[in-house]
Write a protein of this length. Sequence first.
Length: 308
Amino acid sequence: MSKKQVDFESVLKHIYSELNKEADRGDVASYIPELGKIDPKHFGIHFRPIDNSPVGIGDFSTPFSIQSICKVLSLAHAMQLLGADLWKRVGVDPTHEPFNFLSLTEKGNGIPNNPFVNAGALVICDMLYSQLEKPGKDFLLFVRNLSSDNSIDYDKKVYESEKTNGFRNHATASLLKSLNNLHNGVEQVLDFYYLQCSLSMSCEQLSRSFYFLMNGGKNMAGQEFLSPSQAKRLNAIMLTCGFYNDVGGFAFHVGLPAKSGVGGGIIAIHPRKYCIATWSPGLNQKGNSLLGIKALEMFTTETELSIF
Ligand code: DON
């Protein structure tokens, strides 16, 4: 699959041993108090090629809070249920603003720029809330089916912790409601959003769940979750919007469609080749995992396997 013969296990061992020495690991997100308690020393990587054995290193099987990474899963489910109608209520353009930038909903008459900024993710949650009979249970079932893993669950402590501190998200949802782009109640949609963000998964579970995005929409069990065209679009949105105001920097350094979360996780996809998940809870100035980005940059450089 590579332009050159690559021994992935030794590449990952090298990256892990180099980066694990680093004293500066960034700062854990403390605006969600429960996340502030996480040990910044955690570090794990899980690499899953499309047609070969996976490789994991470090804390790759320890579950952590996936936070905004859930926005990709939520968008995938909305694409399944609503098809192209979804794009009437949310755009597909990058913002170059932080994930929680408030005025994004004002710019386009209540149409958020993309589904990954919080305003857009809240609109997607609202759509799912209208479609699903039991939103929390049904969404979890969707994720479990996607990954063929029934052990995946929400972390209720993280959910409660974010819920009691979500003032900015409350403002965003209220703004969306006032601009007629939220059909359900502000509290109901926020509640569902916080639940999704509290999903707890390991790097190994992430790479398993995101297999469908490197495989034209089919998961590891061969079930079609999205059409190849929808998978292409979702990867495109990850590439252009997955890192908010650091999307250019991430493409420049790593060169893969990817999504980050403030829990310190990153999932990156090389369509038709591999997906790779990293976890290191310390974040850089722009709120993305410091070691995770460095690990992915080393990986695509050493293997020569980026999309560019
Ligand atoms: O809305 C929030 O603040 C969080 N639940 C999710 C933030 C997040 O992970 C942003 N992405 N990197």
